[in-house]
Design a protein around this ligand. Structure first.
Ligand code: ADE
Length: 231
């Protein structure tokens, strides 16, 4: 899997993918990640990437030309209909469909090359969403100052689902959202800490009882923190 990130702040990503599972997946050759400065695809004296909005209003809007040029350069095609199968061009914006585990799984399974466009300022010229991107994705119902943190989230969530990225293949099976529930609680040593004891069933060796306890606790936690998931 290859990720190309288009951004006006490439330095934002300097060490973002140098830790833990993502670093290991890169070193193992499972993923490649590169951040590209959008200004590389400006050809005017001021290297302008943004401009005032038609219709008035505050702030600046990212211009379409550098973004189209960047995507054309990175994919070999300048419109959606010409992309190779396995290429996804993703615009990160609060107007996108919300990233869920199912969306991350879809990208991990279907994509080989993901280009991530980080929005900035008041927005991105809508012709990018109309003609260029295959997916407009939001990481949640809140507004960030730009798409950069969201791009890191997408790379992380997708990379860990690539076969071989996680240490044990089962790690992505028994976790939050894999069965529509939040994960069950985990404990390690010491068995007692500040008066709080690890639930006894976990040390019982009775795997059936442990499995039942975990399902009950997962349901309880989902009911308390995310009742919407149970609907
Ligand atoms: N840019 C600004 N807010 C965002 C969000 N919630 N998700 C993705 N990109 C964004």
């Amino acid at each position: 899997m290859r990720f190309d990130i288009i951004t006006i702040f490439p330095d934002f990503f300097r060490e973002a993918f140098d830790f833990g599972i993502i670093r290991r997946a890169r070193l193992a050759g499972l993923v490649e990640v590169a951040a590209h400065d959008l200004r590389r695809w400006t050809f005017d004296k001021h290297r302008q990437v943004d401009d005032r909005p038609f219709g008035g209003g505050v702030g600046l809007v990212l211009k379409p030309e550098p973004i189209f040029a960047a995507v054309e350069n990175l994919t070999g095609a300048s419109e959606r209909s010409l992309f190779e199968k396995g290429t996804r061009v993703v615009l990160l914006s609060p107007q996108g469909r919300v990233l869920t585990q199912a969306v991350a799984q879809e990208l991990a399974t279907e994509a080989e090359h993901i280009v991530l466009i980080c929005g900035r300022y008041e927005g991105v010229d809508e012709r990018v969403a109309e003609a260029l991107v295959t997916d407009e994705i939001s990481i949640g119902d809140y507004v960030l100052t730009g798409g950069e943190p969201a791009a890191i989230v997408v790379v992380d969530a997708v990379t860990r689902l690539i076969p071989g990225a996680l240490g044990s293949e089962t790690s992505a099976v028994n976790e939050s959202f894999s069965d529509g529930l939040l994960d069950y609680p985990h404990y390690t040593r010491p068995p007692e800490f500040r008066g709080m004891r690890v639930p006894e069933v976990l040390a019982s060796g009775n795997h059936q009882e442990i499995a039942r306890w975990r399902t009950e606790r997962a349901l309880e936690k989902t009911q308390r923190n995310r009742p919407d998931l149970l609907k």
